[in-house]
Design a protein around this ligand. Structure first.
Ligand code: NAD
Length: 327
């Protein structure tokens, strides 16, 4: 069986080779996205897999179906780039990927600790032989109240991770999770904002969550509250966050995600003019940690994403059901 695999990163190749050997597959690999020009790579294939940069629109699904290909997988969780209705119309099955919540949950706790221990300015000083302690006094997690907003897969795992630190945990979700209720206390969002020393976001981006951290929410927080966002940039009104940092209204923020990060994060843009002013401005502060949407990025997660992408195409062709099928 042959599958065409697009947007292949170097770090995916080992697992792709393992799967090709294990399942006796011919895998046609390319680093480029799937476009009308690159579709010919899939000639004679029984399935196609991409990451998130290929535009899987109606024209693409029509062309894929016309080639006799009826299985498509995206090796990421998000399916914003896939026209699911069109896939259905042209009889192409769609699957996405899944991976364990531990990578993002571990990373979230790391960011909390980095903020608490003022790791960013400490690292700056190390690099210029400044070994002074002034301004670097930290705080201990066991004395903190942590507010977890969104207690799904990642939020719950964050709470499980934190349970070893001895901190108090408050949580909020539109749907309560009994496992989370064993570790923390569900409260209203207002109470969570009022009482938390650290607030961490783990909700999807929805109309109901967009800009949930704005002026009004910040006004309810403790004056030295720390905010962590490993979920989606648009959960925060970044202008309000900038104002709160400038006015020292909050203690710090750690962001693994940023509004309008597409085309910037995951690319080497060193010699380009980057037009995200908020990103450039916020980055400078000693109490602001920003990373390039990499909380998910572990060897285990990459292997799992590749395995989902290839094994779902295989299962479809063998007439078997598979857990990641969407269409
Ligand atoms: P999940 O679906 O398992 O959990 C989301 C939770 O949010 C659910 O319990 C849901 O009930 C809750 N929720 C929905 N609307 C809410 C609202 N208005 N207020 C409060 N809670 C609400 O999702 P997950 O897998 O835990 O992912 C959480 C977030 O992490 C998502 O935004 C996802 O995109 C993001 N994520 C980021 C990375 C990264 O690398 N930084 C990687 C994976 C996922």
């Amino acid at each position: 069986m042959k599958f065409a695999v697009y947007e292949v990163r170097e770090d995916e190749k080992k697992m792709l080779n393992t799967l090709a050997e294990r399942h006796h597959l011919e895998l046609a690999l390319t680093a480029g996205p799937l476009t009308p020009e690159t579709l010919s790579l899939a000639e004679g294939a029984q399935g196609i897999s991409t990451l998130g940069q290929s535009h899987m629109n109606r024209e693409m699904f029509k062309a894929v179906a016309e080639m006799g290909i009826h299985a498509y997988s995206t090796r990421c969780i998000g399916v914003n780039h896939v026209d699911l209705k069109a896939a259905k119309e042209f009889g192409v099955s769609v699957s996405n990927a899944s991976y364990s919540p531990h990578g993002v949950a571990d990373y979230t706790v790391m960011l909390m600790l980095m903020l608490l221990r003022r790791y960013k300015p400490a690292l700056w000083r190390q690099q210029v032989n400044d070994y002074s302690l002034g301004g670097l006094m930290g705080r201990e997690l066991c004395h903190m109240t942590v507010g977890v907003v969104g207690t799904g897969r990642i939020g719950l795992t964050v709470m499980q991770n934190l349970s070893g630190f001895g901190c108090e945990m408050l949580c909020y979700d539109v749907k309560e999770n009994p496992e989370a209720a064993k570790l923390g206390r569900y409260v209203s969002l207002t109470e969570l904002y009022n009482k938390s020393d650290i607030i961490t976001l783990h909700t999807p981006l929805l109309d109901s969550t967009r800009f949930m951290i704005g002026e009004e929410a910040i006004a309810q927080m403790k004056p030295d509250a720390l905010l962590v966002n490993c979920a989606r940039g648009e959960l925060m009104d970044i202008r309000a966050v900038i104002q709160a940092i400038e006015n020292e209204r909050i203690g710090g923020v750690a962001l693994d995600v940023f509004a309008d990060e597409d085309g910037i994060y995951h690319h080497d843009r060193r010699t380009d003019i980057i037009k995200n002013r908020d990103m450039a401005y916020l980055r400078q502060f000693p109490n602001v940690i920003m990373t390039q949407h990499m909380a998910f990025y572990t060897a285990e997660a990459v292997d799992s994403m590749v395995a989902c992408g290839i094994e779902s195409l295989l299962a479809f062709n063998e007439g078997k059901s598979y857990p990641c099928q969407i269409v």
